[in-house]
Design a protein around this ligand. Structure first.
Ligand code: ADP
Ligand code: MG
Length: 390
C-alpha cells in the first residue's frame, strides 16, 4: 500500500499533512438484514484500511484527491449541497456538509484519500471513507463530538448525499472495532460489546462470487418495505402496539399467526426474528470457543436468507453447499445478497486446499472466477498523525 503522506505530498503539492487518520472495512459475521430492523449484528473490522491525509488551507477551497480513482474533486466552503454526482465526491461533500450544519467550519482544506479497502465488494469502503474523513475533520476543526454522534453523522451523510439508505452497522464498527474481536451491536439500544474472536485452528475466508449485485439496491428497498408492512400487520394482529420493529416480535407469536399472515411478510419476519436469535447464539458459541456451532449458525443463516428472505442466487448457494460438502464448518452469503461474497468457517489446516478446491469447482460449474480472501479482525478507526489544526 502506498503511503498516504507521500500521496498527499505528491498530489496536493504540500510537504506534509497536518492530520492522518484511517478507518477499516468490515465483514459482518452474522446478523444479515437485521440492522435496519433494530436488531443485532456481529461484524468485525478487517485488516484493510481507508486512509485520509488532511491539511487546512488559508482560503475557502476544498481540494480532494483519491488515489483509487486518480482524480481530483474541488468545491468551496461551505458546500452548497450540490446535486448528487453519483461519484465519490458525494461522500466528501456529505461529510463536510453534515459537519458544517453543526456550526461554521471556516476555511477549506487539502485532502488525499488512499488505502486498500476494495471498493464495492461488500466490505463497506464507503463507511471507511466517511469515518476516516469525519475523524480527521473533527480533529482539524476542533469539533467536540461523541463517538455515536460521529457514527450517526456519517450514516446521515450517506443517506442524504449518496442516497444509500444504509443501516448504522458499517459506520459503527468502522469507528468502534477492537483488534481480535467481533462487535455485538444492539441497533435498538445503540450499544455494543466486544466478543473475542479466539477460534483456535479456524480460518475465516470470504469467497467473492464475481456476480455483480445489480438487483441488490431495488431488492433492498423492497425488503425494507416488506419488513415495515410485516410490523404493521403484526401490530394489528397481535394487538400489541408495543411492537415497533421486528426486534420486538417473538418467535412463538410468529408461529401462531403463520396461517393468517400474508406468506411473503411472514417469511421476511421469520428470517429477521430467527436471525436475531442466531446472532446471540453465535456470540455464545464464540465465547465457548465452539467453532463447529458457530459454523452451523452461519449455515442456518444462509438457509434463512435463501428460503425466507429470498436474497440468494444459485452461485452463492453453490459456494455455501460446496463448503458444507467439503471440510467447511459452515458458510453463508454476506451483504445484501443477489451476488457478492460468501463467508466460510474453515479448519485452519484445510484453508489452502479449501481455497483452491472451491475456486476450481466454481470455475467448472459457473465458468466464472471466484476470489478467495482471508481477513483478520482488526482495530477500529484511529488518528495516525495530528500536528494541531487550523
Ligand atoms: P462498499 O461500501 O460495499 O465498498 P459502496 O457502493 O457503498 O460499496 O461504496 C463504494 C463507493 O464509496 C465508491 O464507489 C466511491 O464512491 C466511495 N469510496 C470508497 N472508498 C473510496 C476511496 N478510497 N476513494 C474515493 N472514493 C471511495
Ligand atoms: Mg457501502
Amino acid at each position: 500500500m502506498q503511503d498516504i503522506r507521500r500521496i498527499f505530498a505528491e498530489r496536493l503539492g504540500q510537504d506534509a499533512p497536518t492530520i492522518v487518520s484511517q478507518a477499516p472495512g468490515r465483514v459482518n459475521l452474522i446478523g444479515e438484514h437485521t440492522d435496519y430492523n433494530n436488531g443485532f449484528v456481529l461484524p468485525m473490522a478487517i485488516d484493510r484500511w481507508t486512509e485520509v491525509a488532511v491539511s487546512p488551507r488559508d482560503d475557502q477551497t476544498v481540494r480532494a484527491y483519491s488515489s483509487v480513482f486518480d482524480e481530483f474533486v474541488t468545491f468551496e466552503m461551505p458546500p452548497d449541497a450540490p446535486p448528487r454526482s453519483g461519484g465519490w465526491r458525494d461522500y466528501v461533500v456529505g461529510v463536510v456538509t453534515m459537519l458544517a450544519r453543526r456550526g461554521s467550519l471556516g476555511n477549506g482544506f487539502d485532502l488525499a484519500i488512499g488505502g486498500d479497502v476494495p471498493l464495492g465488494g461488500g466490505l463497506s469502503s464507503s463507511a471507511a471513507l466517511e469515518v476516516s474523513l469525519a475523524l480527521a475533520l473533527v480533529q482539524m476543526y476542533g469539533i467536540e463530538m461523541s463517538d455515536v454522534a460521529l457514527v450517526q453523522l456519517c450514516q446521515e451523510a450517506e443517506h442524504a448525499f449518496v442516497g444509500t439508505h444504509c443501516g448504522i452497522m458499517d459506520q459503527y464498527v468502522a469507528l468502534m472495532a477492537r483488534k481480535g474481536t467481533a462487535l455485538l451491536l444492539d441497533v435498538a439500544a445503540l450499544d455494543h460489546r466486544y466478543v473475542p474472536l479466539a477460534l483456535d485452528g479456524v480460518t475465516l475466508l470470504t469467497v467473492d462470487s464475481g456476480v455483480r449485485r445489480s438487483l441488490a439496491q431495488s431488492a433492498y428497498n423492497v425488503r425494507r418495505q416488506e419488513c415495515q408492512d410485516a410490523v404493521r400487520w403484526l401490530q394489528a394482529a397481535l394487538a400489541e402496539p408495543t411492537i415497533r420493529s421486528l426486534r420486538d416480535v417473538r418467535e412463538e407469536d410468529l408461529k401462531r399467526v403463520q396461517h393468517a399472515m400474508p406468506t411473503v411478510l411472514h417469511r421476511r419476519a421469520w428470517h429477521v426474528v430467527t436471525e436475531n436469535a442466531r446472532v446471540l447464539q453465535a456470540v455464545d458459541a464464540l465465547e465457548d470457543h465452539d467453532a463447529a456451532r458457530f459454523g452451523a449458525l452461519l449455515s442456518a443463516s444462509h438457509r434463512s436468507l435463501r428460503d425466507a428472505y429470498e436474497v440468494s442466487v444459485p452461485e452463492l448457494d453453490f459456494l455455501v453447499s460446496w463448503g458444507e460438502d467439503h471440510e467447511g464448518l459452515g458458510a453463508r452469503l454476506i451483504g445484501g445478497g443477489f451476488g457478492g461474497a460468501t463467508l466460510h468457517v474453515v479448519p485452519a489446516q484445510e484453508a489452502d486446499a479449501y481455497a483452491e478446491g472451491i475456486t476450481r469447482a466454481y470455475a467448472a460449474a459457473w465458468n466464472q472466477e471466484a476470489t478467495v480472501a482471508r481477513y483478520r479482525p482488526g482495530p477500529g478507526a484511529k488518528q495516525l498523525l495530528s500536528r494541531g489544526g487550523g
